[in-house]
Design a protein around this ligand. Structure first.
Ligand SMILES: [Zn+2]
Ligand SMILES: [Zn+2]
Length: 139
């Protein structure tokens, strides 16, 4: 289990959508996949992965877009901030939120890189974290 706090608060840029986490994420990783890059307009995202009941929206709700079959990416309809990813992963329902939307992102440190093979070549990573092709192993 990750060393993040049990409870984290976050939300979109304009404040129309707010969430809180109710347990620790089971993984915190950089994702370099093309889909995350497009969805965020950033070179990479830092993702917190939770079991389905690990995140609850406390104000507003993200608009959900089916980005591939069975996968729903959520964003704020007012300001456009990407907020969530919901789908099935290793046969369990999960929800992801992004470190960039946390009120205190410094408390949740990434522990790996996923989809390293899709990384933009000019985006250098100089840390010693493990790098994985595709989704990284479960723990
Ligand atoms: Zn917003
Ligand atoms: Zn991704």
């Amino acid at each position: 289990m990750h060393s993040c706090p049990d409870k984290l608060g976050g939300g979109c840029l304009c404040g129309a959508v707010r969430f809180e986490t109710t347990k620790k994420p089971f993984k915190v990783c950089y994702c370099h996949c093309k889909s995350c890059r497009k969805a965020s307009a950033a070179p990479a995202m830092v993702i917190l992965l939770f079991e389905k009941d690990g995140v609850r929206f406390t104000k507003g709700a993200p608009k959900r877009y089916e980005s591939s079959p069975g996968v729903f990416r959520g964003h704020c309809t007012v300001c456009g901030t990407p907020l969530s990813w919901e789908g099935t992963w290793h046969e369990k329902s999960i929800i992801e939120v992004y470190a960039g939307t946390l009120d205190n992102p410094e408390t949740c440190v990434p522990d790996r890189h996923a989809f390293i093979e899709e990384k933009i070549p000019w985006f250098d990573v100089a840390d010693d974290l493990p790098r994985y092709h595709g989704t990284s192993p479960e723990r």
